[in-house]
Each structure stands twice: as C-alpha cells, then as structure tokens.
Design a protein around this ligand. Structure first.
Ligand code: FES
Ligand SMILES: [Fe+2]
Length: 313
C-alpha cells in the first residue's frame, strides 16, 4: 500500500462507489478500475445496474473495449459470446454447448444516494452490512448536490483518520480553533461528533459536526449550528497506491437561491482548499503503528480500532 508501514495488505471489505447513477445510461457500457481490477457496468431491462469483471473467460478480451449491449446482455468483441447481468454466458453463437464455466464474476450492487456501489470482500464473501438511504438526498428541502472528486496517492484508512485528527485542522487548515471530537464504535459504523467554535457576523457560534461512517467506503456528515449542511462522502481504492474520494455537498434550503448558492460555493471552495492542503501530507507520510499521541489529539486510536475490522490481512 502506498503509505510505508501500513499494516494491511488487502483492500478493506465494504461497500464502495464505482459510478455515479447519472453517469450510467440505459444503453451504456462503462469500464471502471477499482480494487486493482477492471470492471464493466451496464443496466438491465428494468434499469438495474450490473457490475461484472471486465475480462472474458473465453480468451481474455476486455468487454469494455469494443463489447456491445445486446438485449440486456453484453457481447464480447472477440468471438461474440454473450453474458447476462448475473455474469452467466447465455450464448456462444458458433457452439452447440455453452461450457459450464463460462461466466464472468458478478458483483453485489447497491444503488442509492446517487451512486452505484459494489460490495468488495477480499475473499469474495457476501455483504455483511447495508448502506442506508440518506433521507435528505432528493428532498425538496435541500439544494441540488454539488460534487467534488479527489484522487490521492493514499489508502482509504489513512484518509479517514483525517476526520478525527483534531489538531491538524488548526495547523494544516488554519482554523482559529481546534474541533473537539469524540467517537463511538457501533459495529461497522463509526460515529464521530465534533464541536467547533466558528466566527460569524453574529459573533462566535458553536457548530456541530456529526459523521457516521459505514465502513471505509461511505459516510454521511451533517453540520448544524450556523447553517444546516450535509456531505455524503464515498471513496474507494483504485489500486494499491491510489484512492478516490467523492464528496456530495447539500445545503438545507434557506428560501433564497442566491444565499444557498453562496453557501454552496463557499463550502466547495473550503473542501478544495482542505484537500489540497491534506494531499501532500497523505502522499508523503508514513504509517506509525504506535504513534506518540498527546491529550489534545482526537480519537485516532479508536478510529484505527474500528477500521481494523474491515481488513483481513
Ligand atoms: S474472448 Fe470473449 S468471446 Fe472470445
Ligand atoms: Fe484535513
């Protein structure tokens, strides 16, 4: 893994976003690369997304390069074998018998909160938890989400640690005060509450941030206090060295579209700024299994204890 000293070899198990819902049309065959492998995506008859391994079991062609969609199946560009959404080979046009092992690996898919997610398990085991639907997503009371995507040479756990690293907010991001975070492990969910003091035109106010992380691939962050906002965070390992993180930011409608846009713009600007400040740290740090921590640090070891459950080795 990209970070020297990182103790785990495998990618973590969990649900990971591989495509935005809007980015996969009904007649589209898409290729993505996550977990160090190529995957293809397409939608079936009723619009349900399918995610399959990209390479044909026949002679290894890449179905995403020249493959075509034919009646809810994908046809290989090399010898025209066809596979359905479950990965099963349904036609070999020049054979009398379909070989029994002719199948592509199909991935367990969840579509919700504007994204298509797959369940990843290093040993191919079935999902061990579910991802919640975020009630604010698609609600009239909330603004249209604004999206930002960041690719970083790091891994999902290192980056997750950032949320409970209270001191870095002051010294990396230049906030006036340091948030105070507490965390609680609830099986696969980590709940973090951070209280910050913020300067506003009406004087100093408290802002409260609640983060619920459902594994290392999905989280929802709610900001209350000065203004109500929400960020849905998703991320996945691209390969052993790189991860992608996507943030979808929404603001509770204020009844004033200009004001909402203003808040949205300021927040996106802040996210861009913080990511650009964190990235050189993430990309050059090492992982210390026994860091020397002090009493002002956030619940870093608790985050690591929670994250451990997603790694097999
Ligand atoms: S390699 Fe796909 S049909 Fe031959
Ligand atoms: Fe940060």
């Amino acid at each position: 893994m990209a970070t020297p000293g990182f103790p785990y070899q495998s990618f973590p198990k969990g649900w990971f976003s591989v495509c935005d819902s809007d980015d996969l049309g009904t007649d589209e065959l898409k290729t993505v690369h996550y977990f160090g492998r190529d995957l293809i995506l397409f939608r079936g008859a009723t619009g349900e997304p399918h995610v399959l391994d990209a390479h044909c079991p026949h002679l290894g062609a890449h179905l995403g390069h020249g493959g075509t969609l034919v009646e809810n199946t994908v046809r290989c560009p090399f010898h025209a074998w066809r596979f359905d959404g479950s990965g099963r080979c349904v036609e070999v046009p020049y054979a009398t018998k379909i070989p029994p092992r002719a199948a592509l690996r199909s991935w367990e898919v969840f579509e919700g909160n504007g994204m298509i997610m797959v369940w990843y398990h290093p040993e191919g085991k079935p999902p061990e938890f579910q991802i919640p639907l975020i009630p604010e997503w698609g609600s009239d009371e909330w603004s249209e989400p604004q999206r930002r995507e960041f690719k970083v040479r790091s891994n999902p756990m290192e980056m997750a640690e950032n949320t409970v690293d209270d001191a870095h907010f002051k010294y990396v991001h230049g906030t006036n005060t340091m948030p105070e975070s507490t965390s609680e492990i609830d099986n696969h969910i980590l709940r973090v509450t951070s209280i910050s003091k913020v300067d506003t035109p009406r004087g100093e106010q408290q802002s409260r941030i609640e983060i619920a992380s459902h594994g290392l691939g999905f989280g929802c962050t709610r900001f209350t206090g000065v203004i109500e906002t929400l960020v849905i965070i998703s991320g996945a390992a691209i390969d052993e060295d790189h991860s992608v993180t996507t943030l979808r930011f929404m603001v509770k409608k204020l009844g004033n579209a200009d004001a909402e846009r203003g808040v949205g713009k300021a927040f996106i600007h802040e996210i861009d700024r913080q990511f650009s400040q964190d990235t050189p740290i993430w990309e050059n740090k090492i992982h210390l299994q026994r860091p020397v921590l002090c009493d002002g640090d956030g619940p870093i070891m608790q985050l690591r204890k929670w994250a451990k459950q997603f790694y097999l080795n």
